[in-house]
Design a protein around this ligand. Structure first.
Ligand code: FES
Ligand code: FES
Length: 178
């Protein structure tokens, strides 16, 4: 039995302790925001926050996650209202969107540490790969989310997701708030 916390909820996985965290999140918890891209730690599509660090969840086992606090894109905000999520929607940053949960989680970790990062810091923190090439919009989106976090700017409310959090929690029990 492997125990840790996912999106503020205690979880216990009855799985092989060497199971990659990504598969436990996706297959056992139905948290499918983190994506499988390469499985080799290169693309970042599977990025989650573990104890305040951006971690590629395909590269860490549930045994190694024991006792730690994991946040996935589903847990970043209860209503998709995190400034990064708002900016990505308002500024049409995404293209196919496959890489975006990982991009946002890596960027959220960066902005938690420093909400006014320079280009070099952004480039160092966001090593995620995007096959659609959203890179030109990415720096701007991160900087704009930082300005929103600093109270210097507001974002037009992104279109409502059309799914109430309580409805999402009915479909995905792991989204229920404790
Ligand atoms: S799937 Fe984990 S880094 Fe690509
Ligand atoms: S938006 Fe398509 S892979 Fe990044």
């Amino acid at each position: 039995m492997t125990k840790f916390t996912v999106n503020d909820r205690p979880v216990q996985y009855r799985m092989d302790p060497e199971t990659p965290l990504l598969w436990a999140l996706r297959d056992a918890s139905n948290l499918t925001g983190a994506k499988y891209g390469c499985g080799t730690g290169d693309c970042g599509a599977c990025t989650v926050d573990i104890d305040g660090q951006a971690v590629r969840s395909c590269q860490v086992s549930i045994r190694e996650t024991e006792g730690r606090f994991v946040t996935t894109i589903e847990g970043l905000s209860p209503d998709r209202g995190h400034p990064l999520q708002q900016v990505f929607a308002a500024d049409n940053v995404s293209q196919c969107g496959y890489c975006v949960p990982g991009m946002i989680m890596a960027a959220a970790v960066l902005l938690k540490r420093n909400n006014d990062p320079g280009d070099e810091e952004i480039d160092a923190a966001i090593t995620n790969i995007c096959r659609c090439g959203i890179y030109p919009r990415l720096r701007g989106a991160i900087r704009r989310a930082g300005r929103i976090m600093r109270g210097e700017e507001q974002v037009e409310a992104a279109p409502p997701p059309g799914v109430k959090p309580e409805d999402a929690a009915r479909t995905v029990p792991a989204l229920r708030r404790p």
